[in-house]
Write a new protein. Structure first.
Length: 299
């Protein structure tokens, strides 16, 4: 039986604690109807994914920015903290992750999206806890499509759960879903507590929060990201994360983004061979980002 890592709580208990599956089943027909035709690509927003109060509790349990479990991703295309290290998660966070990886929830997700054979990633590769403070951003991008450690796993569905009670829209941080041609933003979703965005992940699902956050120093944009996979053996159009310029981005920004994309691709290839880590790649990308922005004083 799978367990919640820190305290050995059985995953079914985490499911019952965190999710009202009866309510999710009642909501399923409406979500199924909206998902495939949503603009700008298949997605839905679930307004209350967890039981009341649990998203707020998970967000409050997030470690501070100086905690050793974080990796700081700071380069041309992003400035955020992330951690997939489940063994170090606070229990309130681990319970949510465990619940969202149970067979019952994954079956519900498969029926919602119409994608058979979905399965979760216990390693949380590229996923897990994400935290962005004032000035944090994530440029618009599509995600890596092939798991770095399991070549036959194709990433197919993303679930992003927000954990931010009392979030002021003036602070920014809404996730932007962009059209596949990157000509306009098709939808924005503010990062309100217990709101989840579920979308099909492929080479056309551009998303991000590209404008620097304007939240107070004591606040941060917190989220949990869960990725779901299908078995796949064949070529993919884009195996790597790919950042894309918006129509208003200037020539220098576009050039820096291209260089950064090439490096992200190279590091992803090395990571698949076990020759690079996220922390090591982030350090090199951070140094390059300072140079591309005009020296160590650049953002």
């Amino acid at each position: 039986m799978s367990t919640s890592i820190e305290a050995g709580i059985p995953a079914p208990a985490a499911l019952e604690r965190c999710l009202d599956m009866d309510a999710l089943e009642r909501a399923l027909p409406g979500l199924q109807a909206r998902f495939p035709s949503a603009h700008p690509y298949p997605h839905v927003v679930v307004d209350a994914l967890l039981r009341p109060g649990l998203a707020e509790a998970a967000g409050a349990a997030f470690p501070g920015p100086e905690a050793p479990l974080w990796t700081h991703y700071r380069h041309v295309n992003e400035d955020k903290l992330g951690s997939p290290r489940r063994a170090q998660y606070p229990q309130a966070v681990e319970d949510v992750v465990a619940a969202l990886q149970t067979p019952a929830f994954v079956s519900w997700l498969s029926r919602l999206t119409g994608i058979p054979g979905l399965f979760p990633d216990p390693e949380l590769e590229g996923a897990g806890m994400h935290r962005s403070g004032p000035g944090g951003f994530l440029h618009v991008h599509t995600d890596f499509q092939r798991h770095h450690h399991h070549p036959s796993w194709r990433r197919t569905v993303n679930l992003i759960l927000f954990l931010n009670p009392g979030w002021d829209p003036a602070w920014g941080g809404a996730i932007e879903l962009w059209t596949p041609d990157m000509q306009h933003c098709g939808r924005t979703v503010p990062p309100r507590a217990n709101h989840a965005v579920i979308f099909r992940s492929d080479d056309r699902s551009f998303h991000g929060h590209p404008e620097p956050l304007r939240c107070p120093p004591e606040r941060a944009r917190k989220s949990l990201a869960l990725y779901y996979y299908t078995d796949f053996d064949g070529p993919l159009a884009h195996e790597y994360s790919r950042f894309a310029p918006r129509p208003g981005d200037g020539r220098l920004q576009r050039a820096a983004m291209r260089v950064d994309n090439d490096l992200v691709r190279a590091f992803s290839a090395l990571k698949r061979r076990g020759a690079a880590t996220d922390a090591g790649a982030s350090r090199i990308l951070r140094r390059l980002g300072r140079w591309l922005r005009g020296g160590p004083t650049g953002r």
